[in-house]
Design a protein around this ligand. Sequence first.
Ligand code: DGL
Length: 287
Amino acid sequence: MKIGIFDSGLGGLIIAKAIRKAMPEYDYVYLGDTKRVPYGNRSHEAVYEYTKECVDYLFRKENCAIVIIACNTASARAGNEGRNEYLTPSPSPCKGEGRKILGVLIPAAEEAAKFERVGVLGTLGTVSSGTFPKEIKKINKKTIVFQNPAPMLVPLAEEGEIKNALPFIKKYLQPFANKKLDALVLGCTHYPIFKKEIRNILNVGVNPVRGRGSLRALAASNGIKVISQDEIIPKKLKEYFVKHPEISKKLSKGKTAKILVTDITQSVNILTKKWFGANTKPRLVNI
Ligand code: DGL
């Protein structure tokens, strides 16, 4: 059986690549709902319905033993606000067959809860769900959480517009100014694309916004830890497999990876190669 990884689009490929690098022995299938991306500004009901369809597809058609929802919006909105350990309950008809769904939000919340003052960047859906503050505070009630939505970063990432994203990144970091952050959570699977730029602005102070002093204040701090899910999920998943042999023993070890999408465009072809590997050939599926 395979490990399924689902995202609303292609941003989850960054997490998928990191997971595969850490555990290359397994068989992976990635499903990106490129036809309906972005999920970030959709209703709770729509995100739940789309997520359920995609997860069901991975269980039914791809015989996955476990599905990782590599999408914070789906983890936050479709997962009963992240109740239980990761993302449960399974909305799948395969529920009861010992299959498992994990999200990416709780592992990031666990990291964030180690700090006192935390900023969270996410989609509108993730931020308005309030799931990050709720989950972080469940672990450490002393952590103060500030959130800001960064809606333009998803289309910019999907278009590969890294340099042109800089003014938007600064705009989205602005509300964190003078908040004396210890850490910033990149609460969207697409944001690791801009990790370098964000780290530069936060900690090196590249091009601080003139006159307002806000980003200067951020940059002047002694280093803000940037919590990026591609850096934490592989380790957490490895630990999960050790703790749950009933899942890991079902996984086949053929070292394969299949990338499925619900719509193929030129940019889907370009980005799957760029974000997952040069030999990646996305396949169109009807879910
Ligand atoms: N992958 C989604 C997330 O992590 C962002 C993209 C979208 O809005 O669909 O929140």
